[in-house]
Design a protein around this ligand. Structure first.
Ligand code: ATP
Ligand code: MG
Length: 397
C-alpha cells in the first residue's frame, strides 16, 4: 500500500473483479447482486461507502486506515477473483503521474501500464496517458524495465468522471462463486481437520451450508462444541451467515456398541449420522450432504464402506476431499484458518465407542442384517428430539 496517505483527500478505492467464465445474461446480474450483498455483510462496520457494481467489476470506497482490514476480508469472500487497492487522485495527468511514480519507487523487475478512460473528456488518449506514466516511472526508477506481456508489475489506471484511480498491485482472492449462487447443502462438521476444509470448498462454489455436528455428551465436553462454533465463524468469512444443528449421538452409539457386531460399529454410527443429516436437510431445504472423507484415509473411508453408508440416503453426498492427501488437506486448513482450531486440545470421541478391528469391507446386506438388532426409527426420533439448532451469525477476524 505504498504511496497512500500522501494527501488527506486520498480515499482508498477497491476494485473487485470476479472471474468465472460462463456467467452471462441474467445469471450475471444475480451473481453480481449476491456478491455485492455478501461483501456488504463482510465489511460491516468498516465505514465502506459507494459499494456498487459496474459492468464486470464491483467498486467500493473507504478511508485509508480501514484499507488493510478491508483487503483481508475481501480476499476471503467467495466469488472474489482479485482486488485492486487503488488511490483516487484528481483526473489530471500530473496527479496521475505523481501517484504512479510514488507507487513504483521501490519495485524491481518488469512493468507495464494499463490505462482506461471511460470519461472521454480527459484530454489524452489512453495510450498517451499510459506512455507518459510509463516514461515517468522509468525515469524515477532505473531498476524497472518495460515489458508488455507477462510483466512482473502492472500500473493500473482508470480515469472516470469522479476521479482517476491508480493501483500497483492485484491481490488474488479465493475465487469461486458468491454464496447463494449454488444450492444449499448440509455439511457434516466433526471438529477434525478435514470437514471444515470440505465445507470451505463447497462454500467457495457458492453453496450455503447448514452444519450438523454430532457430539458425545456427556463423554465430550462443551470444548468440542466451541471448536465447531469457532470453525464456523472462520468459514463464515466466505459470505453469509450459517446455521448449525447439534445432535447427541451417544444414546444410539451406546446401543450399537451393546448389540451390534463390533466390526460394523463405525459403519452403523455413520449410517445414523447420514440418516439424521438427511432428515435435517429436508427440513432446511438442502439438496445434498457434504463430508470431509478422503479415499482410504481411515477404515471407514474405503469404497466398499462409503457405498454401504451412503445406501441409507437418497441425497447426493459431496466429498470434495476425496482425492486429496492428508498433507494437502492440512495445508489448505492452514490457509483457511481452521487448522489451529481443529488441533486445539479437547476430549475426543470416547474410545469406548471404537472397535478394535473395524471392517474395511462391510457389505450392505450384512450391515442391514446386523442393524435389525436395534429399532433405528426409535433412535433417530430420540436424537432429533434433542437437536439444538443455532444461528451462527458470528464471523471471526
Ligand atoms: P475429520 O477430520 O473431518 O474429523 P476424519 O478423518 O476424522 O474427518 P471420519 O471420522 O471418518 O474422518 O469422518 C469422516 C467425515 O464424517 C468427516 O469429515 C465429517 O464430514 C463426518 N463426521 C465424522 N464425525 C462427525 C461428527 N462427530 N459430526 C459431524 N460429522 C462428522
Ligand atoms: Mg473425525
Amino acid at each position: 500500500m505504498r504511496g497512500l496517505g500522501m494527501t488527506k483527500e486520498i480515499r482508498m478505492i477497491f476494485v473487485v473483479h470476479y472471474a468465472e467464465l460462463g456467467i452471462k445474461g441474467r445469471n450475471r446480474t444475480l451473481f453480481e447482486t449476491r456478491l455485492v450483498s455478501n461483501i456488504r455483510e463482510q465489511l460491516k462496520g468498516l465505514g465502506v461507502k459507494g459499494l456498487r457494481r459496474r459492468t464486470g467489476l464491483i467498486r467500493l470506497e473507504a478511508d485509508d486506515a480501514a484499507a488493510p482490514e478491508i483487503t483481508r476480508r475481501l480476499l476471503n469472500v467467495a466469488g472474489v477473483a482479485n482486488i485492486l487497492p487503488c488511490a483516487r487522485v484528481a483526473p489530471e495527468a500530473d496527479a496521475i503521474v505523481a501517484e504512479a511514480v510514488a507507487r513504483f519507487k521501490h519495485q524491481k523487475g518488469t512493468f507495464r501500464v494499463t490505462a482506461r478512460r471511460p470519461d472521454k473528456r480527459f484530454p489524452m488518449t489512453s495510450q498517451e496517458l499510459a506512455g507518459r506514466v510509463g516514461e515517468a516511472i522509468l525515469k524515477s526508477n532505473p531498476e524497472l524495465t518495460v515489458k508488455m506481456k507477462g510483466a512482473d508489475h502492472t500500473c493500473w489506471i482508470e480515469v472516470t468522471d469522479d476521479g482517476a484511480y491508480v493501483a500497483h498491485e492485484k491481490l488474488k482472492g479465493i475465487g469461486g462463486l458468491p454464496l447463494g449462487s449454488s444450492g444449499k447443502l448440509v455439511s457434516l462438521l466433526s471438529g477434525g481437520i478435514d470437514s471444515p476444509v470440505a465445507s470451505w470448498m463447497m462454500l467457495r462454489r457458492g453453496a450455503p451450508l447448514h452444519y450438523v455436528h454430532f457430539h458425545n455428551f456427556p463423554y465430550t465436553d462443551r470444548a468440542s462444541i466451541d471448536i465447531v462454533k469457532d470453525m464456523i465463524a472462520v468459514l463464515n468469512r466466505t459470505g453469509v451467515k450459517a446455521t448449525l444443528s447439534l445432535v447427541n449421538l451417544t444414546p444410539v452409539q451406546e446401543e450399537i456398541a451393546a448389540v451390534c457386531n463390533p466390526q460394523f460399529r463405525v459403519i452403523h454410527y455413520r449410517r445414523f449420522m447420514f440418516r439424521i443429516a438427511e432428515l435435517i436437510a429436508h427440513r432446511e431445504k438442502a439438496g445434498g450432504l457434504v463430508t470431509g472423507e478422503s479415499l482410504g484415509q481411515v477404515a471407514s473411508q474405503t469404497v466398499q464402506n462409503m457405498r454401504t453408508v451412503e445406501a441409507v440416503t437418497k441425497l447426493p453426498v459431496f466429498r470434495p476431499l476425496i482425492g486429496m492427501d492428508k498433507d494437502e488437506i492440512t495445508d489448505r486448513a492452514r490457509a483457511i484458518g481452521t487448522f489451529g482450531i481443529s488441533t486445539r486440545p479437547h476430549a475426543d470421541c470416547c474410545s469406548l465407542f471404537m472397535p478394535e478391528n473395524p471392517s474395511t469391507r462391510a457389505f450392505e446386506e450384512a450391515v442391514d442384517e446386523d442393524e435389525k438388532k436395534l429399532d433405528a426409527r426409535k433412535w433417530i426420533e430420540a436424537a432429533m428430539k434433542e437437536e439444538e439448532r443455532i444461528d451462527m451469525d458470528a464471523v471471526a477476524w
